[in-house]
Design a protein around this ligand. Structure first.
Ligand SMILES: [Zn+2]
Length: 368
């Protein structure tokens, strides 16, 4: 689908950029002045004036606020701080205390930014891979140690661009104390096991997406059976190379980029574990943060903090710049300055579930 919004972020700053009516011919953006001004509304909070518009084509009325992240929000302009604090490892509770807002406010902002960042990302994916890709799962848990999970990660060998993050619940195995065994049995009795082929299915999803843009490139994985099964289960157009898991993961190991990223995850996740009301209470909140981290690392930060003599641009180029989907490190407003609507972007079923926060296997009730 060709989107009028598929422009450089700077060009997106003019408001209104599109008609919010999804049936309207101008819903996907246009250079044509499709609206007329339609009076102003005074608002209590800044900006105290909200310009109203009328679409010339479909006669829908809307206002300047329609296109901002603070649309229908009581507390404006905290999203940027919430994002930075969260991505640098602060828990939702700490952020709430620091900004003097409710914890639920922080949670809502993260959810919305997570959803917005998926829509942004869909408009900024490469047509063709210019590098090889490493793939592996990062093991953590949601809610408690009885719900371990994999965050399946595909990362560019050179760029460190995170192409995909998907989620697989795992069934707890291995050593447990007697009490833990009883608790685990009770959970299984109440909820049943998590789907057993999730790692396979999620890997298949990632591989199919990579294969669309990666013919001739190489995918590196370890020898996990589910990865091998996924590679063999369709006409995978990429080369596949397995690296034995006992091979040292130093910089010469093709799976090294994965380890580097997983170290960041480990740091991030451990900071979140300290508080009982952590983001990992529900799969949805975890995935929204993982999605945000993807955008944050791919587009909003340099590949490395420090200079690297083998990679002269590493401290000044974002991963997105390496793969040619951005020409500078993007700022908050470049990504979140204009609110996107999900009716503007074609989403697959997994992405629709993400937007709807549907996780049928979840053992936790989802908070709004
Ligand atoms: Zn319209």
């Amino acid at each position: 689908m060709s989107l009028g919004m598929n422009k450089k972020p700077d060009q997106l700053q003019s408001i209104p950029p599109y008609c919010p009516n999804f049936r309207c011919q101008f819903h996907h953006g246009t250079d044509y002045k499709f609206y007329v001004k339609n009076g102003c509304i005074k608002t209590e909070r800044p900006p105290t004036k909200n310009q109203r518009y009328l679409c010339k084509s479909c006669k829908t009325q809307f206002s300047a606020n329609t296109f901002t992240l603070d649309f229908r929000k009581r507390i404006a302009a905290i999203s940027e701080q919430v994002l930075h604090y969260s991505m640098n490892g602060m828990s939702n509770n700490s952020i709430a205390r620091l900004l003097d807002v409710a914890e639920g406010t922080v949670r809502t902002r993260l959810k919305e930014m997570g959803h917005q960042s998926l829509l942004f990302e869909k408009e900024h994916l490469p047509d063709k891979l210019n590098e090889d890709v490493a793939y592996d799962g990062f093991e953590t848990f949601t809610y408690s140690q009885f719900s371990p999970c994999y965050v399946n990660t595909a990362v560019g060998s050179h760029s460190m661009f995170i192409y995909h993050n998907t989620f697989s619940p795992l069934n707890r195995k291995g050593r447990m104390t007697n009490d833990q065994k009883i608790k685990n049995q009770n959970l299984l009795k109440e909820f049943g096991p998590y789907p057993r082929d999730s790692v396979f299915k999620e890997s298949l999803y990632v591989l199919k997406n990579l294969a669309l843009i990666g013919a001739g490139r190489t995918l590196f994985t370890d020898e996990h059976k589910s990865y091998l099964r996924a590679v063999k289960s369709f006409d995978f157009k990429m080369n596949h190379q397995t690296i034995h898991s006992t091979v040292r993961r130093d910089p010469s190991n093709p799976l090294f980029p994965i380890n580097r990223l997983h170290n960041l995850y480990r740091h991030f996740f451990s900071s979140q574990h300290r508080e009982t009301i952590s983001f990992q209470k529900h799969e949805a909140a975890l995935l929204e943060k993982i999605q945000l981290m993807k955008i944050y690392r791919n587009f909003m930060n340099a590949k490395f903090v420090k200079k690297n003599k083998f990679d002269p641009h590493a401290h000044e180029w974002s991963p997105a710049m390496y793969i040619g989907v951005a020409d500078k490190i993007l700022k908050f407003r470049d990504i979140f300055g204009i609110r996107r609507m999900r009716t503007q972007i074609r989403l697959d079923s997994k992405e629709v579930s993400f937007m709807n926060r549907q996780y049928p296997y979840s053992r936790q009730k989802i908070a709004a």
